[in-house]
Design a protein around this ligand. Structure first.
Ligand code: GRF
Length: 194
């Protein structure tokens, strides 16, 4: 079974969706490690509650690489990880790092677009739809190849907070689906090498 590391900086509700689907068997992989650049990230607590190794690593590339190595990680999932990943990590895990972003990339993505700011910008622009995107991580910000997107219609009188909540509900389905797509691709690639 492939080993997954999830990197968080906040509440970890996307992490929780992954934990639930690994436990339920919808994601056939080993959730082997949860990392955060924030010691107080509730996502670390969610890991501990589920007996998953949880590590606080504050912008220390060597420690990050060592922890990924120690846990034999095959796939890294950024789920609300609000720090830039070092190029060495991206090179080492090329096409094995996913990120979820709460907009329909390329719209409302890139530098400065994170958290509720994304939804404020979407509403300020008078958009009729929004949604979420899962993409591979490359050396840009939110610029890697898109794996999955799902959209929703913006309702009358929507606030940034209500939109954020509805997009998050989409994320909790989209991210596990995207992980399964990538795991399948990894299996096919590894089988073709045997
Ligand atoms: C999500 O909206 C995700 O798209 C963005 O950060 C948020 C993380 O939320 N990158 P949570 O920590 O998973 O609840």
């Amino acid at each position: 079974m492939y080993k997954i590391a999830v990197m968080v900086s906040g509440s970890g509700s996307n992490l929780q969706a992954i934990i639930d689907q690994v436990k339920g068997g919808q994601i056939r992989a080993d959730l082997a490690l949860v990392l955060s650049n924030r010691e107080d990230a509730y996502g670390l607590e969610r890991a501990r509650q589920n007996q998953i190794p949880a590590r606080y690593i504050k912008n220390d590339k060597e420690a990050l690489l060592a922890s990924l190595e120690e846990h034999k990680i095959d796939l890294i999932v950024l789920a609300g990880y609000l720090a830039i990943l070092e190029e060495e990590v991206i090179d080492k895990y090329e096409n094995r790092i996913l990120n979820i972003h709460p907009s329909l990339i390329p719209k409302y993505s890139g530098k400065g677009y994170y958290g509720v700011k994304v939804h404020q910008a979407v509403l300020a622009a008078g958009e009729k739809t929004s949604g979420a995107t899962v993409h591979y991580v490359d050396k840009g910000i939110d610029t890697g190849q898109i794996i999955l997107q799902r959209q929703l219609s913006i309702e009358e009188g929507e606030s940034p907070e209500s939109l954020q909540k509805r997009v998050l509900e989409i994320e909790h389905q989209l991210l596990p689906e995207a992980i399964n797509i990538v795991l399948k691709k990894m299996e096919e690639k590894d089988e073709s090498h045997t």
